[in-house]
Design a protein around this ligand. Sequence first.
Ligand code: IPE
Ligand code: IPE
Ligand code: MG
Length: 246
Amino acid sequence: MENLDLNRLPKHIAIIMDGNGRWAQEKGQDRLYGHFHGVQSVRNIVEAASEIGIKYLTLYAFSTENWDRPAAEVAGLMSLFVDTISKEVPDLHKNNIKLHFIGNLSLLPDDAKLALEQATQTTSKNTGLELIIALSYSSRWELIQAIKNIAEMVHLGTLAPADIKEATLEAALSTSAFPDPELMIRTSGEYRISNFLLYQLAYAELYFTETRWPDFRKKDLIEALLDFQSRERRFGKTSVQIHTND
Ligand code: IPE
Ligand code: IPE
Ligand code: MG
């Protein structure tokens, strides 16, 4: 922690929380046991991010494609979400954390929808860490929604196709209120994006670790941050330009 440069922290970290199922199976347990233990990591990382002074944290909790998992696993995950959100909101609220949910929430069961709405409402005035949970989320789904909205504006005559810019698309995404993540972490030794924030990660630094999500803790987050701080972010320029502010 003392090696971290607090002036060079990413404002926004995005995490693909992967490896719960394998973590459980390696212990001879059911996959749901892994999801259950993953909640402990969420608690630990949210607290750590808040302490370190990260402003935005996006956690990929359930993808659109995850709906195709066995029915028992999907049902188990849904009840875990409802349970966890309801139990954690008082502490999150006390810690000044503001919750957001992104994804195709219309697909969620009613009790989950209600829990999310209440959690968002309760924490809406908080000014600390903004915690964004991607739930029933996929980036292609999000992009299609955005394109539909833009097409509608063109159709209504309120937007000319020639005026469509990056900002137009960004404003139509479910992440319009947040800056792009500078750091994306994926646990469990998988090296892919799995339909997560495809547009928003354009210039993110990618960090992969073998650690399974249920074992991921504050020290692992700090390691990822130290790695991030060792990188040179060039945004297409040359190294010399970066060093001379040219
Ligand atoms: C991530 O862990 C959690 C969800 C996708 C809901 P996995 O369930 O994908 O675990 P592995 O990758 O099968 O080990
Ligand atoms: C990505 O993990 C989704 C979440 C972590 C919520 P998956 O385990 O579903 O991704 P793939 O199938 O290995 O690409
Ligand atoms: Mg997985």
